[in-house]
Design a protein around this ligand. Structure first.
Ligand SMILES: NC(=O)C1=CN([C@@H]2O[C@H](COP(=O)(O)OP(=O)(O)OC[C@H]3O[C@@H](n4cnc5c(N)ncnc54)[C@H](O)[C@@H]3O)[C@@H](O)[C@H]2O)C=CC1
Ligand SMILES: O=C([O-])CC(=O)C(=O)O
Length: 342
């Protein structure tokens, strides 16, 4: 009798359209993909639609096809309810109630361009999306894929600061593709399943700021001399350019990025749910080096980044890589902060 008369807090909240703030583990999450009609956005949404922790999937983009992408995905027989939102007038609705906002909105590279060449176009896109999150879902975890990641995370952070809702543990730059690539290449070299390879990639997400810690690979990388270690390091640093060249003007990595983005988002959700020991590399606010944002392994928990695991000890070669990365990171961070403070 009582069980019918006294409704659990969670279901009352759900009936009123409110979030479930009970202390038990939340297992139903709203994820927003901003830039959902793009080369990354569409396959990322496809993968997220298959994640059982996602019960609401909001797809936002300025492209006219966006509502159609939503309708298309909504026919999949998985639980997530999909909604499509096109244009700035529909952005707030997409963002409201979000637990995680993943941002692949913005232009990709063409051959001959650096990621920094994307700054002028992408900076205002990320700024405006972050401002909408600050207003409509200030507690959402923001995962930024848009390049240059090294500068976009500082921009989003400054926007949240201005709005008075900044929490450094809730803003992540997505560097998962660097980890995925490193594991893929090492798996091939060692002749093992890449999914059994654990390899931290630290620093940032462009050229020399990408620092794969090959000395910490598990299993150890089967490379006999330093020249080969150097070549593998450079391949990982330049893997994005390898794809840009191979696509010959047709854009940059989309499918592998969608895979990596879905993995990172899934890990964020597992952390939010209360699972312990969820570890991913991510580019976050940091005081580990002279660069005020830095990527390395972190534990993801109920409030985003729960613990910064640092990067352990580096060998002499890796120390040199770090030394080369820091000034570049500092420059990228300043560019982002200066833009946001204007
Ligand atoms: N973090 C990483 O490891 C990686 C990052 N990227 C970056 O991801 C970004 C997206 O790449 P792609 O999906 O290949 O590009 P794309 O051009 O295929 O898709 C971008 C989408 O963003 C949308 N868009 C543009 N302005 C928008 C706005 N104001 N609000 C919402 N959506 C907007 C476009 O309409 C388009 O659908 C690029 O900046 C690229 O450099 C790409 C690969 C890896
Ligand atoms: O290289 C690019 O422009 C896209 C990217 O960030 C990557 O593939 O790592």
């Amino acid at each position: 009798m009582f069980s019918r008369a006294i409704k659990p807090v969670a279901s009352v909240a759900a009936q009123n359209g409110l979030k479930n703030f009970s202390t038990s583990s939340q297992k139903n999450f709203k994820v927003v993909v901003a830039g959902a009609a793009g080369g990354i956005g569409q396959p990322l949404a496809l993968l997220l639609k298959q994640n059982k922790l996602v019960t609401r999937l909001a797809l936002y983009d300025i492209a006219p096809v966006t509502p159609g992408v939503g309708v298309d995905l909504s026919h999949m027989d998985t639980p997530a309810k999909v909604t499509g939102h096109q244009g700035p007038d529909q952005l707030a609705d997409a963002i409201k109630g979000a637990d995680v906002v993943v941002i692949p909105a913005g232009v990709p590279r063409k051959p001959g361009m650096t990621r920094d060449d994307l700054f002028n176009t992408n900076a205002s896109i990320v700024r405006d999306l972050a401002a909408c999150v600050a207003k409509n879902s200030p507690k959402a975890i923001i995962a930024i894929i848009t390049n240059p990641v090294n500068s976009m995370v500082p921009i989003a952070s400054e926007v949240m600061k201005k709005a008075g809702v900044y929490d450094p543990n809730r803003i992540l730059g997505v560097t998962t593709l660097d980890v995925v690539r490193a594991a893929a290449f090492i798996g091939e070299i060692n002749g093992v399943d890449p999914q059994t390879v654990s390899i931290p990639v630290i620093g940032g997400h462009s050229g020399v700021t990408i620092i794969p810690l090959l000395s910490q690979s598990k299993p150890a990388v089967k490379l006999s001399d330093q020249g080969k270690i150097d070549a593998l390091t450079k391949r990982i640093q330049e893997a994005g350019t390898e794809v840009v060249k191979a696509k010959a003007g047709g854009g940059s990595a989309t499918l592998s990025m969608a895979y990596a983005g879905a993995r990172l988002t899934g890990s964020v959700l597992r952390g939010l749910k209360g699972e312990s020991n969820v570890v991913e590399c991510a580019y976050i606010k940091s005081d580990l080096t002279e660069a005020t944002y830095f990527a390395n392994p972190v534990v993801l928990g109920k409030n985003g980044v729960e613990k910064n695991l640092g990067f352990g000890s580096l060998n002499d070669y890796e120390k040199q890589l770090l030394k080369a990365a820091i000034p570049e990171l500092q420059k990228n961070i300043k560019t982002g902060e200066d833009f946001a403070k204007k």
